[in-house]
Design a binder for this molecule. Structure first.
Ligand SMILES: *[C@@H]1O[C@H](CO)[C@@H](O)[C@H](O)[C@H]1NC(C)=O
Ligand SMILES: *[C@@H]1O[C@H](CO)[C@@H](O)[C@H](O)[C@H]1NC(C)=O
Ligand SMILES: *[C@@H]1O[C@H](CO)[C@@H](O)[C@H](O)[C@H]1NC(C)=O
Ligand SMILES: *[C@@H]1O[C@H](CO)[C@@H](O)[C@H](O)[C@H]1NC(C)=O
Ligand SMILES: *[C@@H]1O[C@H](CO)[C@@H](O)[C@H](O)[C@H]1NC(C)=O
Length: 211
Protein backbone atom coordinates (compact mmCIF):
# COMPACT_ATOMS: atom_id res chain seq x y z
CA UNK A 1 0.00 0.00 0.00
CA UNK A 2 1.20 3.52 -0.70
CA UNK A 3 1.75 5.80 2.29
CA UNK A 4 -1.23 7.85 1.14
CA UNK A 5 -3.51 4.80 1.12
CA UNK A 6 -2.26 3.80 4.57
CA UNK A 7 -2.96 7.30 5.82
CA UNK A 8 -6.46 7.11 4.37
CA UNK A 9 -7.17 3.72 5.96
CA UNK A 10 -5.79 4.96 9.29
CA UNK A 11 -7.98 8.05 9.26
CA UNK A 12 -11.03 5.92 8.42
CA UNK A 13 -10.21 3.66 11.38
CA UNK A 14 -9.78 6.72 13.60
CA UNK A 15 -13.10 8.11 12.41
CA UNK A 16 -14.80 4.78 13.22
CA UNK A 17 -13.24 4.85 16.70
CA UNK A 18 -14.41 8.39 17.31
CA UNK A 19 -17.96 7.60 16.25
CA UNK A 20 -18.03 4.53 18.52
CA UNK A 21 -16.78 6.71 21.38
CA UNK A 22 -19.47 9.27 20.60
CA UNK A 23 -22.31 6.77 20.90
CA UNK A 24 -23.61 7.31 24.44
CA UNK A 25 -24.90 4.99 27.10
CA UNK A 26 -28.47 3.80 26.63
CA UNK A 27 -30.63 5.08 29.47
CA UNK A 28 -32.79 1.95 29.33
CA UNK A 29 -29.73 -0.17 30.11
CA UNK A 30 -29.17 1.56 33.45
CA UNK A 31 -30.47 0.16 36.71
CA UNK A 32 -32.23 2.40 39.17
CA UNK A 33 -29.95 1.73 42.15
CA UNK A 34 -29.99 5.13 43.86
CA UNK A 35 -32.69 6.66 46.02
CA UNK A 36 -33.07 10.40 45.48
CA UNK A 37 -35.04 13.07 47.32
CA UNK A 38 -35.37 16.77 46.60
CA UNK A 39 -36.95 19.39 48.84
CA UNK A 40 -37.63 23.00 48.04
CA UNK A 41 -36.18 25.41 50.59
CA UNK A 42 -38.06 28.60 49.89
CA UNK A 43 -38.73 31.92 51.53
CA UNK A 44 -42.42 31.22 50.95
CA UNK A 45 -42.72 27.53 51.71
CA UNK A 46 -46.52 27.59 51.50
CA UNK A 47 -46.60 28.30 47.78
CA UNK A 48 -44.86 25.00 46.85
CA UNK A 49 -42.97 26.86 44.13
CA UNK A 50 -39.22 27.41 43.79
CA UNK A 51 -38.08 30.83 42.62
CA UNK A 52 -34.78 31.24 40.76
CA UNK A 53 -32.12 33.35 42.42
CA UNK A 54 -33.47 33.03 45.97
CA UNK A 55 -34.82 29.55 46.66
CA UNK A 56 -32.79 26.36 47.10
CA UNK A 57 -33.15 22.69 46.29
CA UNK A 58 -31.90 20.31 48.97
CA UNK A 59 -31.05 17.03 47.24
CA UNK A 60 -30.19 13.82 49.06
CA UNK A 61 -29.15 10.56 47.45
CA UNK A 62 -27.93 7.15 48.63
CA UNK A 63 -27.36 3.66 47.33
CA UNK A 64 -30.47 1.47 47.59
CA UNK A 65 -29.13 -1.42 49.67
CA UNK A 66 -31.39 -3.97 47.96
CA UNK A 67 -28.78 -3.93 45.14
CA UNK A 68 -26.01 -4.93 47.60
CA UNK A 69 -22.56 -5.26 46.10
CA UNK A 70 -23.34 -3.77 42.68
CA UNK A 71 -21.70 -0.38 43.23
CA UNK A 72 -18.01 -1.30 43.10
CA UNK A 73 -17.40 0.75 39.90
CA UNK A 74 -19.16 3.93 41.03
CA UNK A 75 -16.70 6.79 41.49
CA UNK A 76 -18.81 9.96 41.43
CA UNK A 77 -22.41 11.02 41.17
CA UNK A 78 -23.74 13.74 38.88
CA UNK A 79 -26.84 15.51 40.12
CA UNK A 80 -28.97 17.03 37.36
CA UNK A 81 -32.14 19.05 36.95
CA UNK A 82 -34.54 17.48 34.41
CA UNK A 83 -37.61 18.61 32.49
CA UNK A 84 -40.85 16.77 33.17
CA UNK A 85 -42.69 15.61 30.02
CA UNK A 86 -45.29 18.39 30.40
CA UNK A 87 -42.51 20.97 29.89
CA UNK A 88 -41.01 19.10 26.90
CA UNK A 89 -44.12 19.16 24.71
CA UNK A 90 -43.40 20.93 21.40
CA UNK A 91 -39.83 21.74 22.49
CA UNK A 92 -37.42 19.66 20.41
CA UNK A 93 -34.46 21.15 22.25
CA UNK A 94 -35.58 19.47 25.49
CA UNK A 95 -36.32 16.11 23.90
CA UNK A 96 -35.71 12.80 25.68
CA UNK A 97 -33.44 10.39 23.78
CA UNK A 98 -32.37 6.98 25.03
CA UNK A 99 -28.78 7.71 23.94
CA UNK A 100 -27.54 9.79 26.86
CA UNK A 101 -25.14 11.74 24.63
CA UNK A 102 -28.15 13.07 22.74
CA UNK A 103 -30.62 13.25 25.61
CA UNK A 104 -31.77 16.77 26.50
CA UNK A 105 -34.00 15.87 29.44
CA UNK A 106 -31.44 16.70 32.10
CA UNK A 107 -29.36 19.42 30.49
CA UNK A 108 -28.76 21.40 33.70
CA UNK A 109 -25.99 20.14 35.99
CA UNK A 110 -26.48 20.85 39.69
CA UNK A 111 -23.48 19.21 41.35
CA UNK A 112 -20.94 16.42 41.21
CA UNK A 113 -20.00 14.55 44.39
CA UNK A 114 -17.81 11.62 45.37
CA UNK A 115 -19.77 8.40 45.48
CA UNK A 116 -20.25 6.78 48.87
CA UNK A 117 -22.86 4.07 49.45
CA UNK A 118 -24.32 5.93 52.42
CA UNK A 119 -24.97 8.90 50.15
CA UNK A 120 -24.71 12.64 50.59
CA UNK A 121 -26.70 15.84 50.35
CA UNK A 122 -26.26 19.06 48.42
CA UNK A 123 -28.00 22.40 48.75
CA UNK A 124 -28.21 24.29 45.46
CA UNK A 125 -29.43 27.81 44.97
CA UNK A 126 -31.46 27.71 41.75
CA UNK A 127 -29.50 29.77 39.24
CA UNK A 128 -31.18 32.54 37.28
CA UNK A 129 -30.56 30.85 33.91
CA UNK A 130 -33.04 28.06 34.75
CA UNK A 131 -36.20 28.47 32.64
CA UNK A 132 -39.58 28.40 34.34
CA UNK A 133 -40.87 24.84 33.93
CA UNK A 134 -41.89 21.63 35.69
CA UNK A 135 -38.92 19.57 36.83
CA UNK A 136 -37.59 16.55 38.67
CA UNK A 137 -34.07 15.65 39.83
CA UNK A 138 -32.02 12.73 38.53
CA UNK A 139 -28.69 11.47 39.90
CA UNK A 140 -26.30 9.39 37.78
CA UNK A 141 -23.64 7.15 39.29
CA UNK A 142 -20.59 7.46 37.00
CA UNK A 143 -17.16 5.88 36.65
CA UNK A 144 -13.85 7.78 36.66
CA UNK A 145 -14.40 8.82 33.02
CA UNK A 146 -17.89 10.18 33.70
CA UNK A 147 -19.71 7.30 31.95
CA UNK A 148 -23.14 6.64 33.45
CA UNK A 149 -23.46 3.28 35.26
CA UNK A 150 -26.75 3.65 37.14
CA UNK A 151 -29.24 6.29 38.20
CA UNK A 152 -31.92 7.37 40.63
CA UNK A 153 -34.59 10.07 40.35
CA UNK A 154 -37.21 11.86 42.43
CA UNK A 155 -40.09 10.87 40.14
CA UNK A 156 -41.55 7.55 38.94
CA UNK A 157 -40.70 5.79 35.69
CA UNK A 158 -43.35 7.74 33.75
CA UNK A 159 -42.15 11.04 35.24
CA UNK A 160 -45.57 12.12 36.49
CA UNK A 161 -45.31 12.00 40.31
CA UNK A 162 -43.35 14.25 42.69
CA UNK A 163 -42.65 16.98 40.17
CA UNK A 164 -42.01 20.57 41.18
CA UNK A 165 -42.27 23.95 39.52
CA UNK A 166 -39.53 26.53 39.17
CA UNK A 167 -40.62 30.12 38.66
CA UNK A 168 -38.27 32.34 36.59
CA UNK A 169 -37.47 35.99 37.25
CA UNK A 170 -40.28 37.19 35.01
CA UNK A 171 -42.70 35.22 37.18
CA UNK A 172 -44.22 33.51 34.14
CA UNK A 173 -45.71 30.34 35.57
CA UNK A 174 -45.11 26.97 34.02
CA UNK A 175 -48.84 26.42 34.36
CA UNK A 176 -48.85 27.93 30.87
CA UNK A 177 -47.09 24.70 29.83
CA UNK A 178 -49.72 22.65 31.58
CA UNK A 179 -52.46 24.67 29.90
CA UNK A 180 -50.73 24.19 26.52
CA UNK A 181 -50.49 20.43 27.06
CA UNK A 182 -54.15 20.26 28.14
CA UNK A 183 -55.04 22.39 25.15
CA UNK A 184 -53.28 20.06 22.72
CA UNK A 185 -55.04 17.05 24.24
CA UNK A 186 -58.26 19.03 23.98
CA UNK A 187 -57.60 19.81 20.30
CA UNK A 188 -57.03 16.14 19.55
CA UNK A 189 -60.26 15.46 21.43
CA UNK A 190 -62.21 18.00 19.43
CA UNK A 191 -60.68 16.77 16.18
CA UNK A 192 -61.79 13.24 17.02
CA UNK A 193 -65.22 14.55 17.94
CA UNK A 194 -65.40 16.36 14.62
CA UNK A 195 -64.29 13.26 12.69
CA UNK A 196 -66.87 11.01 14.36
CA UNK A 197 -69.59 13.58 13.68
CA UNK A 198 -68.48 13.54 10.04
CA UNK A 199 -68.62 9.73 10.04
CA UNK A 200 -72.18 9.78 11.45
CA UNK A 201 -73.27 12.31 8.82
CA UNK A 202 -71.68 10.21 6.12
CA UNK A 203 -73.44 7.07 7.38
CA UNK A 204 -76.78 8.92 7.39
CA UNK A 205 -76.21 10.07 3.83
CA UNK A 206 -75.22 6.56 2.73
CA UNK A 207 -78.30 5.18 4.51
CA UNK A 208 -80.56 7.60 2.63
CA UNK A 209 -78.89 6.79 -0.68
CA UNK A 210 -79.52 3.09 -0.06
CA UNK A 211 -83.29 3.54 0.58
C1 LIG B 1 -28.48 -4.18 36.19
O1 LIG B 1 -28.81 -5.17 37.17
C2 LIG B 1 -28.76 -6.49 36.68
C3 LIG B 1 -29.25 -7.41 37.77
O2 LIG B 1 -28.70 -7.07 39.02
C4 LIG B 1 -27.32 -6.81 36.25
O3 LIG B 1 -27.26 -8.12 35.73
C5 LIG B 1 -26.91 -5.80 35.17
O4 LIG B 1 -25.56 -6.01 34.82
C6 LIG B 1 -27.08 -4.39 35.66
N1 LIG B 1 -26.83 -3.46 34.57
C7 LIG B 1 -25.91 -2.51 34.63
C8 LIG B 1 -25.77 -1.64 33.42
O5 LIG B 1 -25.21 -2.33 35.63
C1 LIG C 1 -34.95 -0.13 46.36
O1 LIG C 1 -34.99 -1.11 45.33
C2 LIG C 1 -36.07 -2.04 45.45
C3 LIG C 1 -35.89 -3.09 44.37
O2 LIG C 1 -35.81 -2.53 43.09
C4 LIG C 1 -37.38 -1.26 45.29
O3 LIG C 1 -38.48 -2.16 45.42
C5 LIG C 1 -37.47 -0.20 46.38
O4 LIG C 1 -38.63 0.58 46.19
C6 LIG C 1 -36.23 0.70 46.32
N1 LIG C 1 -36.26 1.62 47.44
C7 LIG C 1 -36.28 2.94 47.28
C8 LIG C 1 -36.31 3.73 48.54
O5 LIG C 1 -36.22 3.47 46.17
C1 LIG D 1 -46.88 32.81 49.67
O1 LIG D 1 -47.58 32.00 48.73
C2 LIG D 1 -48.98 32.01 48.88
C3 LIG D 1 -49.57 30.97 47.93
O2 LIG D 1 -49.09 31.14 46.62
C4 LIG D 1 -49.47 33.43 48.60
O3 LIG D 1 -50.88 33.47 48.78
C5 LIG D 1 -48.79 34.38 49.58
O4 LIG D 1 -49.18 35.70 49.28
C6 LIG D 1 -47.29 34.27 49.51
N1 LIG D 1 -46.66 35.09 50.54
C7 LIG D 1 -45.63 35.91 50.29
C8 LIG D 1 -45.07 36.64 51.45
O5 LIG D 1 -45.17 36.06 49.14
C1 LIG E 1 -20.51 15.24 50.84
O1 LIG E 1 -20.26 16.22 49.85
C2 LIG E 1 -19.48 17.32 50.32
C3 LIG E 1 -19.44 18.35 49.20
O2 LIG E 1 -19.39 17.77 47.92
C4 LIG E 1 -18.11 16.82 50.73
O3 LIG E 1 -17.32 17.90 51.20
C5 LIG E 1 -18.27 15.77 51.81
O4 LIG E 1 -17.00 15.23 52.15
C6 LIG E 1 -19.18 14.66 51.32
N1 LIG E 1 -19.45 13.70 52.36
C7 LIG E 1 -19.15 12.40 52.23
C8 LIG E 1 -19.54 11.51 53.38
O5 LIG E 1 -18.64 11.96 51.20
C1 LIG F 1 -46.71 4.51 32.34
O1 LIG F 1 -47.08 4.83 31.00
C2 LIG F 1 -47.40 3.69 30.23
C3 LIG F 1 -47.64 4.13 28.79
O2 LIG F 1 -48.29 5.37 28.72
C4 LIG F 1 -48.65 3.01 30.84
O3 LIG F 1 -48.99 1.87 30.09
C5 LIG F 1 -48.33 2.61 32.28
O4 LIG F 1 -49.49 2.07 32.90
C6 LIG F 1 -47.84 3.80 33.09
N1 LIG F 1 -47.39 3.34 34.38
C7 LIG F 1 -47.69 3.97 35.52
C8 LIG F 1 -47.14 3.38 36.76
O5 LIG F 1 -48.36 4.98 35.53
Amino acid sequence: MSPMKIGFVLSLALLALVSVAEGGVSFKSLNRTLTVQAKIQASNATSGLAHVGTDHLVISWAFNSSFAGKDADYVNVKIRLCYAPVSQTDRGWRKTKDDLHKDKTCSKGIAKQKYVATGNTTTWRITKDVPGAIYFVRVYAVDALGTQLAFGQTTDKNKTTNLFEIVPISGRHASVDVAAAVFSVFSVGSLMGFLSLEAIKQRKLNGKAGQ
